[in-house]
Design a protein. Structure first.
Length: 336
Protein backbone atom coordinates (compact mmCIF):
# COMPACT_ATOMS: atom_id res chain seq x y z
CA UNK A 1 0.00 0.00 0.00
CA UNK A 2 1.33 3.43 -0.91
CA UNK A 3 1.13 6.02 1.89
CA UNK A 4 1.23 9.63 0.74
CA UNK A 5 2.98 11.62 3.44
CA UNK A 6 3.42 15.30 4.23
CA UNK A 7 6.27 16.46 6.47
CA UNK A 8 5.80 19.68 8.44
CA UNK A 9 9.31 20.77 9.49
CA UNK A 10 12.62 19.65 8.05
CA UNK A 11 14.88 19.75 11.11
CA UNK A 12 16.81 17.08 13.05
CA UNK A 13 13.81 14.83 13.66
CA UNK A 14 12.38 14.77 10.14
CA UNK A 15 15.77 14.41 8.45
CA UNK A 16 16.27 11.30 10.60
CA UNK A 17 12.75 10.12 9.75
CA UNK A 18 13.51 10.47 6.02
CA UNK A 19 16.71 8.46 6.41
CA UNK A 20 14.92 5.74 8.40
CA UNK A 21 12.09 5.49 5.85
CA UNK A 22 14.73 5.06 3.15
CA UNK A 23 16.96 2.64 5.11
CA UNK A 24 14.02 0.50 6.22
CA UNK A 25 12.02 0.61 2.99
CA UNK A 26 12.48 -3.10 2.25
CA UNK A 27 11.31 -4.18 5.73
CA UNK A 28 8.40 -1.72 5.59
CA UNK A 29 7.37 -3.10 2.22
CA UNK A 30 8.01 -6.83 2.79
CA UNK A 31 6.75 -7.12 6.34
CA UNK A 32 4.09 -4.39 6.53
CA UNK A 33 3.17 -3.85 2.87
CA UNK A 34 3.82 -0.11 3.24
CA UNK A 35 5.63 2.28 0.90
CA UNK A 36 5.96 5.85 2.15
CA UNK A 37 5.92 8.49 -0.57
CA UNK A 38 6.82 12.03 0.57
CA UNK A 39 4.62 14.33 -1.49
CA UNK A 40 5.05 17.60 0.45
CA UNK A 41 7.58 19.15 2.81
CA UNK A 42 7.85 22.43 4.70
CA UNK A 43 10.35 24.46 6.62
CA UNK A 44 10.25 28.03 7.89
CA UNK A 45 10.64 29.28 4.28
CA UNK A 46 7.56 27.59 2.83
CA UNK A 47 6.00 24.47 1.30
CA UNK A 48 7.02 22.33 -1.67
CA UNK A 49 4.83 19.71 -3.33
CA UNK A 50 5.72 16.85 -5.65
CA UNK A 51 2.79 14.52 -6.23
CA UNK A 52 5.14 11.85 -7.62
CA UNK A 53 7.14 11.84 -4.40
CA UNK A 54 10.49 13.34 -3.48
CA UNK A 55 13.72 11.38 -3.20
CA UNK A 56 14.09 11.11 0.59
CA UNK A 57 17.87 11.25 0.74
CA UNK A 58 18.04 14.17 -1.69
CA UNK A 59 15.66 16.09 0.59
CA UNK A 60 18.05 15.52 3.51
CA UNK A 61 21.14 16.45 1.53
CA UNK A 62 19.53 19.60 0.15
CA UNK A 63 18.51 20.78 3.63
CA UNK A 64 21.94 19.91 5.04
CA UNK A 65 23.50 21.98 2.26
CA UNK A 66 21.44 24.94 3.43
CA UNK A 67 18.89 24.93 0.60
CA UNK A 68 15.55 26.23 1.94
CA UNK A 69 12.28 24.62 0.87
CA UNK A 70 11.33 27.76 -1.05
CA UNK A 71 14.13 26.80 -3.49
CA UNK A 72 12.93 23.19 -3.86
CA UNK A 73 11.29 21.99 -7.03
CA UNK A 74 7.54 22.29 -6.48
CA UNK A 75 7.61 25.34 -4.21
CA UNK A 76 3.96 26.14 -3.49
CA UNK A 77 3.90 29.21 -1.24
CA UNK A 78 4.30 29.66 2.48
CA UNK A 79 1.01 28.33 3.84
CA UNK A 80 0.80 24.56 4.19
CA UNK A 81 -2.94 24.49 4.83
CA UNK A 82 -3.62 26.50 1.65
CA UNK A 83 -1.08 24.56 -0.43
CA UNK A 84 -2.60 21.22 0.58
CA UNK A 85 -6.23 22.17 -0.08
CA UNK A 86 -6.52 20.22 -3.33
CA UNK A 87 -4.15 17.41 -2.52
CA UNK A 88 -4.93 13.97 -1.16
CA UNK A 89 -2.58 12.73 1.53
CA UNK A 90 -2.79 9.89 4.02
CA UNK A 91 -0.62 11.18 6.83
CA UNK A 92 0.86 14.37 8.21
CA UNK A 93 4.12 14.02 10.12
CA UNK A 94 4.49 17.08 12.38
CA UNK A 95 7.92 18.06 13.76
CA UNK A 96 8.05 21.85 13.75
CA UNK A 97 9.04 23.92 16.83
CA UNK A 98 6.91 23.78 19.97
CA UNK A 99 4.41 26.53 20.72
CA UNK A 100 2.94 25.48 24.07
CA UNK A 101 0.88 28.64 24.50
CA UNK A 102 -1.30 28.53 21.36
CA UNK A 103 -0.13 25.41 19.49
CA UNK A 104 0.92 27.79 16.70
CA UNK A 105 0.68 27.05 12.98
CA UNK A 106 1.26 23.38 13.79
CA UNK A 107 -2.07 23.15 15.61
CA UNK A 108 -3.90 24.65 12.66
CA UNK A 109 -2.19 22.28 10.22
CA UNK A 110 -2.92 19.26 12.43
CA UNK A 111 -6.60 20.20 12.76
CA UNK A 112 -6.91 20.68 9.00
CA UNK A 113 -5.37 17.28 8.34
CA UNK A 114 -7.71 15.53 10.80
CA UNK A 115 -10.76 17.33 9.39
CA UNK A 116 -9.83 15.97 5.95
CA UNK A 117 -9.66 12.46 7.43
CA UNK A 118 -5.86 12.27 7.11
CA UNK A 119 -3.96 10.70 9.98
CA UNK A 120 -1.46 12.65 12.06
CA UNK A 121 1.75 11.60 13.80
CA UNK A 122 3.47 14.20 15.97
CA UNK A 123 6.85 14.71 17.57
CA UNK A 124 5.85 18.31 18.32
CA UNK A 125 4.24 18.41 21.76
CA UNK A 126 2.60 21.84 21.28
CA UNK A 127 -0.68 20.77 19.64
CA UNK A 128 -1.23 17.93 22.15
CA UNK A 129 -0.39 20.13 25.13
CA UNK A 130 -2.83 22.81 24.01
CA UNK A 131 -5.65 20.77 22.50
CA UNK A 132 -5.46 17.11 23.55
CA UNK A 133 -9.21 16.55 23.88
CA UNK A 134 -10.18 18.57 20.82
CA UNK A 135 -7.70 16.73 18.58
CA UNK A 136 -8.90 13.32 19.74
CA UNK A 137 -12.50 14.35 19.09
CA UNK A 138 -11.62 15.63 15.61
CA UNK A 139 -9.83 12.38 14.84
CA UNK A 140 -12.83 10.36 16.00
CA UNK A 141 -15.35 12.49 14.08
CA UNK A 142 -13.36 12.12 10.86
CA UNK A 143 -12.25 8.49 11.20
CA UNK A 144 -8.64 9.63 11.25
CA UNK A 145 -5.87 8.38 13.50
CA UNK A 146 -3.83 10.52 15.84
CA UNK A 147 -0.60 9.26 17.39
CA UNK A 148 2.17 11.02 19.27
CA UNK A 149 4.31 8.43 21.03
CA UNK A 150 7.45 10.40 20.03
CA UNK A 151 6.35 13.42 22.07
CA UNK A 152 7.14 11.66 25.36
CA UNK A 153 10.82 10.78 25.78
CA UNK A 154 11.46 10.21 22.06
CA UNK A 155 12.05 6.52 21.51
CA UNK A 156 10.97 5.40 24.99
CA UNK A 157 7.49 3.94 24.39
CA UNK A 158 6.01 5.33 27.61
CA UNK A 159 2.55 5.97 26.17
CA UNK A 160 2.44 2.64 24.36
CA UNK A 161 3.47 0.67 27.45
CA UNK A 162 0.94 2.38 29.70
CA UNK A 163 -1.96 2.52 27.21
CA UNK A 164 -1.53 -0.72 25.29
CA UNK A 165 0.23 -3.05 27.68
CA UNK A 166 -1.27 -2.16 31.06
CA UNK A 167 -4.90 -2.86 30.27
CA UNK A 168 -7.25 -2.03 33.17
CA UNK A 169 -4.28 -1.06 35.33
CA UNK A 170 -4.61 1.84 37.74
CA UNK A 171 -1.62 4.11 38.06
CA UNK A 172 -0.63 4.96 41.61
CA UNK A 173 2.48 6.92 40.77
CA UNK A 174 4.29 7.82 37.57
CA UNK A 175 7.63 9.54 37.87
CA UNK A 176 10.50 10.05 35.53
CA UNK A 177 13.46 11.93 34.15
CA UNK A 178 12.13 13.14 30.83
CA UNK A 179 14.54 15.77 29.53
CA UNK A 180 17.86 14.57 28.12
CA UNK A 181 19.26 18.08 27.71
CA UNK A 182 18.80 19.03 31.39
CA UNK A 183 20.11 15.66 32.51
CA UNK A 184 23.17 16.00 30.26
CA UNK A 185 23.85 19.55 31.50
CA UNK A 186 23.73 18.47 35.18
CA UNK A 187 26.10 15.59 34.46
CA UNK A 188 28.33 17.94 32.47
CA UNK A 189 28.50 20.44 35.37
CA UNK A 190 29.49 17.63 37.74
CA UNK A 191 32.26 16.58 35.34
CA UNK A 192 33.61 20.13 35.12
CA UNK A 193 31.97 21.39 31.93
CA UNK A 194 30.59 24.91 31.90
CA UNK A 195 26.83 25.33 31.59
CA UNK A 196 27.33 27.03 28.20
CA UNK A 197 29.53 24.22 26.78
CA UNK A 198 27.12 21.52 27.95
CA UNK A 199 24.16 23.34 26.39
CA UNK A 200 26.11 23.85 23.17
CA UNK A 201 26.81 20.12 22.95
CA UNK A 202 23.08 19.42 23.44
CA UNK A 203 22.31 21.87 20.63
CA UNK A 204 25.00 20.42 18.36
CA UNK A 205 23.53 16.90 18.54
CA UNK A 206 20.01 18.21 17.82
CA UNK A 207 18.62 17.27 21.24
CA UNK A 208 17.93 20.73 22.70
CA UNK A 209 14.71 22.54 21.89
CA UNK A 210 14.91 25.41 19.39
CA UNK A 211 14.33 27.56 22.52
CA UNK A 212 16.53 25.77 25.12
CA UNK A 213 14.90 27.62 28.02
CA UNK A 214 12.03 25.15 27.53
CA UNK A 215 14.48 22.38 28.49
CA UNK A 216 16.32 23.97 31.40
CA UNK A 217 13.31 25.75 32.92
CA UNK A 218 11.48 22.43 33.19
CA UNK A 219 8.76 23.12 30.62
CA UNK A 220 9.66 20.35 28.18
CA UNK A 221 9.43 17.91 31.10
CA UNK A 222 6.08 19.46 32.11
CA UNK A 223 4.73 19.07 28.54
CA UNK A 224 5.60 15.37 28.61
CA UNK A 225 4.05 14.91 32.06
CA UNK A 226 0.87 16.65 30.91
CA UNK A 227 0.66 14.42 27.82
CA UNK A 228 1.11 11.28 29.94
CA UNK A 229 -1.44 12.40 32.51
CA UNK A 230 -4.09 13.35 29.94
CA UNK A 231 -3.48 10.33 27.71
CA UNK A 232 -2.89 7.58 30.24
CA UNK A 233 -4.67 8.73 33.40
CA UNK A 234 -7.65 10.09 31.45
CA UNK A 235 -7.33 13.46 33.20
CA UNK A 236 -7.74 16.85 31.61
CA UNK A 237 -5.02 18.98 33.19
CA UNK A 238 -3.33 22.10 31.86
CA UNK A 239 0.18 23.41 32.48
CA UNK A 240 -1.24 25.54 35.32
CA UNK A 241 -1.92 22.31 37.23
CA UNK A 242 1.79 21.40 37.26
CA UNK A 243 4.21 22.90 39.77
CA UNK A 244 7.31 23.54 37.59
CA UNK A 245 10.90 24.35 38.62
CA UNK A 246 13.87 23.91 36.27
CA UNK A 247 17.58 23.24 36.73
CA UNK A 248 18.93 26.76 36.35
CA UNK A 249 19.65 27.19 40.09
CA UNK A 250 21.64 23.94 40.28
CA UNK A 251 25.38 24.56 40.55
CA UNK A 252 28.42 22.32 40.12
CA UNK A 253 29.12 22.74 43.85
CA UNK A 254 25.65 21.43 44.78
CA UNK A 255 26.11 18.45 42.46
CA UNK A 256 29.57 17.70 43.86
CA UNK A 257 28.34 17.96 47.48
CA UNK A 258 25.54 15.46 46.77
CA UNK A 259 27.90 13.16 44.83
CA UNK A 260 30.18 13.02 47.91
CA UNK A 261 27.17 11.65 49.87
CA UNK A 262 26.37 9.02 47.21
CA UNK A 263 23.55 11.17 45.83
CA UNK A 264 22.69 13.04 42.68
CA UNK A 265 20.20 15.75 41.63
CA UNK A 266 17.68 14.95 38.89
CA UNK A 267 14.89 16.94 37.29
CA UNK A 268 12.00 14.66 38.22
CA UNK A 269 8.44 14.73 36.89
CA UNK A 270 5.84 13.19 39.16
CA UNK A 271 2.12 12.40 38.99
CA UNK A 272 0.80 11.07 42.28
CA UNK A 273 -2.52 11.43 44.11
CA UNK A 274 -3.75 14.09 41.70
CA UNK A 275 -0.63 16.23 42.32
CA UNK A 276 1.69 17.04 39.43
CA UNK A 277 5.19 18.46 39.69
CA UNK A 278 8.48 18.95 37.87
CA UNK A 279 11.40 19.82 40.12
CA UNK A 280 15.03 19.01 40.90
CA UNK A 281 15.18 16.30 43.54
CA UNK A 282 18.09 14.81 45.46
CA UNK A 283 18.12 11.05 44.84
CA UNK A 284 20.45 8.27 45.88
CA UNK A 285 22.70 7.36 42.98
CA UNK A 286 21.43 3.79 43.49
CA UNK A 287 17.79 4.88 42.94
CA UNK A 288 16.51 3.89 39.48
CA UNK A 289 15.99 7.51 38.46
CA UNK A 290 19.21 8.53 40.22
CA UNK A 291 21.09 6.16 37.92
CA UNK A 292 19.69 7.88 34.83
CA UNK A 293 22.84 9.49 33.44
CA UNK A 294 23.67 11.95 30.67
CA UNK A 295 21.63 11.21 27.57
CA UNK A 296 19.34 8.77 29.31
CA UNK A 297 15.65 9.32 30.00
CA UNK A 298 13.63 7.08 32.30
CA UNK A 299 10.18 6.43 33.68
CA UNK A 300 8.91 4.43 36.65
CA UNK A 301 5.29 3.29 36.52
CA UNK A 302 3.67 2.12 39.77
CA UNK A 303 0.47 0.26 39.00
CA UNK A 304 -2.06 -1.71 41.05
CA UNK A 305 -1.82 -4.91 39.01
CA UNK A 306 1.29 -4.50 36.82
CA UNK A 307 3.76 -3.97 39.66
CA UNK A 308 6.39 -1.26 39.45
CA UNK A 309 7.95 -1.20 36.03
CA UNK A 310 11.16 0.63 35.16
CA UNK A 311 12.02 1.81 31.65
CA UNK A 312 15.09 3.62 30.44
CA UNK A 313 16.37 4.88 27.07
CA UNK A 314 19.70 6.25 25.86
CA UNK A 315 18.94 8.82 23.16
CA UNK A 316 21.60 11.31 22.17
CA UNK A 317 20.56 12.23 18.63
CA UNK A 318 16.87 12.12 17.75
CA UNK A 319 17.09 8.88 15.77
CA UNK A 320 14.86 6.95 18.24
CA UNK A 321 12.40 9.88 18.17
CA UNK A 322 12.21 9.63 14.39
CA UNK A 323 11.91 5.84 14.61
CA UNK A 324 8.96 6.30 16.96
CA UNK A 325 7.21 8.44 14.37
CA UNK A 326 7.71 5.68 11.83
CA UNK A 327 6.42 3.16 14.40
CA UNK A 328 3.25 5.22 14.93
CA UNK A 329 2.70 5.41 11.18
CA UNK A 330 3.15 1.67 10.76
CA UNK A 331 0.74 1.05 13.64
CA UNK A 332 -1.81 3.23 11.86
CA UNK A 333 -1.61 1.67 8.41
CA UNK A 334 -0.31 -1.87 8.82
CA UNK A 335 -2.81 -4.68 8.73
CA UNK A 336 -0.29 -7.11 10.26
N1 LIG B 1 15.23 16.78 18.69
C1 LIG B 1 14.72 15.94 19.59
O1 LIG B 1 15.44 15.22 20.26
C2 LIG B 1 13.22 15.84 19.76
C3 LIG B 1 12.71 14.73 20.47
C4 LIG B 1 11.31 14.63 20.62
C5 LIG B 1 10.50 15.61 20.10
N2 LIG B 1 11.04 16.69 19.45
C6 LIG B 1 10.14 17.72 18.90
O2 LIG B 1 10.14 17.61 17.48
C7 LIG B 1 9.98 18.91 16.92
C8 LIG B 1 11.13 19.15 15.93
O3 LIG B 1 12.35 19.03 16.60
P1 LIG B 1 13.72 19.19 15.78
O4 LIG B 1 14.80 18.86 16.74
O5 LIG B 1 13.64 18.50 14.48
O6 LIG B 1 13.69 20.78 15.54
P2 LIG B 1 14.60 21.63 14.56
O7 LIG B 1 15.83 20.87 14.19
O8 LIG B 1 14.72 22.97 15.17
O9 LIG B 1 13.71 21.73 13.23
C9 LIG B 1 12.50 22.43 13.18
C10 LIG B 1 12.05 22.48 11.75
O10 LIG B 1 10.79 23.16 11.68
C11 LIG B 1 10.89 24.17 10.69
N3 LIG B 1 9.97 25.25 10.96
C12 LIG B 1 10.10 26.35 11.74
N4 LIG B 1 8.98 27.06 11.73
C13 LIG B 1 8.11 26.42 10.91
C14 LIG B 1 6.79 26.68 10.46
N5 LIG B 1 6.11 27.74 10.88
N6 LIG B 1 6.21 25.79 9.61
C15 LIG B 1 6.87 24.69 9.20
N7 LIG B 1 8.13 24.40 9.58
C16 LIG B 1 8.73 25.25 10.42
C17 LIG B 1 12.33 24.62 10.71
O11 LIG B 1 12.61 25.30 9.50
P3 LIG B 1 14.09 25.76 9.08
O12 LIG B 1 14.78 24.49 8.65
O13 LIG B 1 13.85 26.70 7.96
O14 LIG B 1 14.69 26.38 10.29
C18 LIG B 1 13.02 23.26 10.85
O15 LIG B 1 13.11 22.63 9.59
C19 LIG B 1 9.96 19.91 18.07
O16 LIG B 1 8.63 20.23 18.36
C20 LIG B 1 10.59 19.13 19.21
O17 LIG B 1 10.09 19.52 20.47
C21 LIG B 1 12.38 16.80 19.25
Amino acid sequence: MEIKAVLNGMGSVHKNLLRILEDKKDILSDKYDLTFNIIAVTDSSGVAINQNGYDKLELCTDKENGIPVRDFQGYAGDDLSVALKNIDYDILFEASPVDHKTGGRALEVVKNALMLGSSVVLANKGPVVVAHGELHQLAKDNQAQLKYSATVCGGLPVLNIAERDMIAGEFINIRGVFNGTSNFICDGLLKGMTYEDALKEAQDVGAAEADPSLDVDGWDTAFKLLIIVNSVLGANITLDDIDVTGITDITADMLRAEAARGNTIKLVASAKNGKYSVKPIVLAKSDFLGSCDGWEMAVEIHSDIYGISYHKLYEKEPIPTAASMMRDAVNIFSKN
